[in-house]
Design a protein around this ligand. Structure first.
Ligand code: BES
Ligand code: MN
Ligand code: ZN
Length: 498
């Protein structure tokens, strides 16, 4: 969807208009003006349809020639908040509106009366909902009902102000799209090496520097846990390190670290998953994609922080060379792990990435994202991602960012009783408990064993929110890009302002 801001005094660029209405059929400023021009035609037609302007309520009117538009979509925004509409509800409305405009090639938004921030939120929502992953569909353009609007002309009182408010929102939506694109790619196309080079290419000519560590480098670092997962695959692993420096020169604070699980395909390994639904394990790198996406969003808006993004990329496959249940590996931290189940691989990858983040960058704040456990869907469904942390302050800041963006988090408990459950008889720990109880929590306990006590750490288990089986307001079914906007707002509110 292309967006072009225009002055309402200019001739109308197309014949489909979109106007806005609040509850009790209260037309907004631009629509009232049109109604006056047409001697009350719009309000009468809406009254005839018993239209009331409820949230998402749509009426389609055919207008008389004097309007200069032949068709008018009236879109309900619900209760009038007097220009104080909150960001979330405007984004949501934008998403719903965009889905209603699928199949149209052009439309003009009669939005000259809206404040620039309200409008920018609406437009970001429209963009987010209009993303599609159709590169492998040779007939996608024939599917009219699903083709997003081609061009949206947007009436604004001042083009410059509107553009300025919208630019960062557009950049952030594009960062989400990069994450969604990566997540959607199938495992034969996106594997550790191809994903790493795609990331390097993406950040060329940006303020994000990218370093790619290959198998030899990873071995030299002693990342035995990550390597154990990778060893069953023909595809060698990669560790991708992204750095962005936006803090004032001379800042002595170590960077905040975002760490992502990047299993480009999770078959389960020798502890093979059942066949049904296994295809969607191509999205087991969604944590890594979110980290990559947020690096993009932060650099695009020149955030005033130092951030490092670390993603561990591996493919988890069964083969004659694969690791066996019962194998013992030595992690980068020196701690030994009995791998009782090769399908609990995400924690093995993350363990070494967490050690690396702390050792190399001396970070004191680390947030990791991972599609870590199926159990988190049992606990929280897809309404919240799981939040685990050793810091009430960090957890609070993340939850606040979740509320602001709609990427909501729910904190779950941790503690020594859960920690004991991963003690091994033969090594320092095992990677499963052997029982189903508290599966998401014990996975978090495992990760915490690789976090130093003086480091504020949070783990987001995004296994039930990274991929959705049905459309929602801001995203068609499939990859959501969960975490990009969440972490962007977290950085802005908790780190830049602090
Ligand atoms: N990648 C999966 C978790 C997952 C499940 C993500 C469903 C998205 C949707 C993870 O590697 C895994 O297999 N976890 C196991 C852990 C178990 C063996 C302790 C699980 O959840 O079953
Ligand atoms: Mn697994
Ligand atoms: Zn996995």
């Amino acid at each position: 969807m292309k967006i072009a801001f225009i002055d309402p005094a200019r001739p109308l660029p197309c014949n489909t208009g979109v106007g806005f209405c609040h509850e009790k059929c209260k037309l907004d400023e631009a629509l009232s003006a049109l109604d006056a021009l047409l001697d009350g035609f719009v309000s009468e037609a809406l009254a005839g349809l018993k239209y009331s302007g409820k949230r998402d309520e749509v009426a389609l009117l055919t207008l008389p020639p004097a309007a200069g538009l032949s068709r008018l979509f009236v879109f309900g925004l619900g209760e009038d908040a007097d220009g104080e509409e909150d960001i979330l509800s405007m984004e949501r409305s934008g998403g719903v509106l965009a889905s209603r405009l699928f199949g149209f090639s052009e439309a003009v938004l009669l939005s000259s009366g809206m404040g620039e921030d309200v409008l920018a939120s609406l437009l970001e929502g429209m963009l987010l909902r209009s993303w599609q992953f159709v590169k492998y569909r040779t007939n996608a353009s024939k599917d009219k009902v699903k083709v997003p609007l081609g061009t949206l002309h947007v009436h604004v009182a001042d083009v410059h102000t509107a553009q300025k408010a919208f630019a960062p929102r557009k950049a952030r939506a594009e960062a989400v799209f990069f994450a969604r694109d990566l997540i959607s790619e199938p495992g034969n196309v996106l594997y550790p090496a191809s994903m790493a080079s795609r990331v390097a290419k993406h950040f060329e000519k940006t303020d994000v520097s990218v370093e790619i560590l290959g198998e030899k480098d990873i071995r030299a670092l002693g990342m035995g846990a990550l390597l154990g997962v990778a060893q069953g695959s023909e595809k060698p692993p990669r560790l991708v390190v992204m750095e962005y420096h936006g803090a004032k020169k001379g800042s002595k604070k170590p960077p905040v670290a975002f760490v992502g699980k990047g299993v480009t395909f999770d078959s389960g390994g020798i502890s093979l998953k059942p066949g049904a639904g296994m295809w969607d394990m191509k999205h087991d790198m969604a944590g890594a994609a979110a980290v990559i996406g947020v690096m993009d969003a932060l650099a695009a808006r020149k955030a005033k922080v130092d951030v490092v993004g670390i993603v561990g990329l591996v493919e988890n496959m069964p083969s004659g060379g694969a690791q066996r249940p019962g194998d013992i590996v030595v992690s980068m931290s020196g701690q030994t792990i009995e791998v009782q189940n090769t399908d609990a691989e995400g924690r093995l990858v993350l363990a070494d990435c967490l050690s690396y983040a702390q050792e190399r960058f001396g970070t004191k704040t680390v947030v990791n994202l991972a599609t870590l456990t199926g159990a988190i869907a049992i606990a929280l469904g897809s309404e919240h991602a799981g939040l685990f942390s050793n810091s009430t302050e960090l957890a609070g800041a993340l939850r606040a960012a979740g509320k602001k963006t709609g990427e909501r988090l729910w904190r779950l408990p941790m503690g020594s009783a859960y920690d004991k459950m991963i003690d091994s008889d033969i090594a320092d720990m095992k990677n499963i408990t052997g029982v189903r109880d508290a599966g998401s929590i014990t996975a978090a306990q495992f990760l915490q064993r690789f976090v130093r006590e003086d480091v504020a750490w949070a783990h987001l288990d995004i296994a039930s929110v990274a991929w959705k089986n049905k459309d929602d307001a801001l995203c068609p079914k499939g990859a959501t890009g969960f975490g990009v906007r969440l972490l962007d707002v977290f950085v802005a509110a908790a780190l830049e302002k602090a």
